[in-house]
Design a protein around this ligand. Structure first.
Ligand code: F6R
Length: 242
């Protein structure tokens, strides 16, 4: 595990954006896994600037996002798809065929999850998967539980996760869907490289437990210990308990 600690969340964003841009320059047809959430916003902002400055070419890039809320359409302003369109897809001028996303409106969720797994396989697997971490230790929307499902599946969101995502729904946690579709921990761990981004003191306890504690379904992020190629991008606050 390569743990990198930076002075500020700004420096974390710069380092991760540089890592992504470098990976795309080395491998223009990179298959990139992406998270939503507040933490990567600055990284996406820097990637937009770097792309505008012609520091990398995104025309051969393929993306897969980790998760999407169930029961809302991609045009809903709270959807992860809408978030990604604004943050990255439109600014980088990605074509629809470059973007892979779970459809939260799919009538048959199991079939939709199987379709997603097949699409990842067909793309040759994910080269670099960026992940954030929930304060409860979730990765993607794999919530702490007695058992985890390995592959992409439908999940019930923890109340804390719905509260954390209220910002996308006008600040009202009651409006946040109760369910979502998410890559499974097995899907995520199949990526050739993983980059975990975490900033702020609130993430310090779960970062400590995930990296130093036992591997347990009660803290899905702890499964990252099993992957041979994980990079951590942390600010001092998130790393303060390591
Ligand atoms: C979102 C996702 C989640 C977030 C996590 C942290 O696609 O996969 O696991 O990464 O909830 O969210 P923030 O960054 O808002 O603290």
């Amino acid at each position: 595990m390569k743990i990198q600690v930076f002075d500020s969340s700004h420096d974390v964003a710069e380092a991760l954006a540089d890592r992504v841009a470098c990976a795309i320059r080395q491998q223009p047809a990179l298959v990139l896994g992406l998270p939503t959430g507040r933490t990567p916003i600055r990284t996406y902002e820097r990637l937009r600037r770097m792309h505008a400055d012609l520091q990398f070419d995104a025309t051969r890039l393929t993306t897969f996002n980790l998760d999407e809320f169930a029961g809302i359409d991609r045009s809903h302003p709270g959807s992860f798809r809408a978030f990604m369109e604004a943050q990255l897809f439109a600014p980088l001028r990605l074509r629809p065929d470059q973007i892979h996303f779970l459809d939260g409106m799919a009538a048959d969720a199991d079939a939709e999850c199987a379709r997603y797994e097949a699409a990842i396989e067909a793309a040759g697997g994910i080269d670099l998967q960026i992940v954030g971490i929930g304060a409860n230790g979730h990765i993607g929307f794999n919530e702490p539980a007695d058992t985890l499902q390995a592959r992409t599946h439908r999940v019930t969101l923890a109340d804390s996760t719905r509260r954390d995502n209220a910002g996308l729904f006008g600040g009202d946690a009651a409006q946040v869907p109760r369910e979502a579709l998410s890559m499974g921990m097995g899907t995520i761990l199949k990526a050739r490289a993983l980059a975990l981004i975490a900033t702020g003191e609130r993430k310090a306890p779960c970062i400590e437990q995930a990296m130093r504690g036992p591997v347990t379904t009660r803290l899905p992020a702890s499964f990252l210990q099993l992957h041979p190629n994980v990079e951590l991008y942390l600010d001092r606050a998130a790393a303060s308990r390591l």
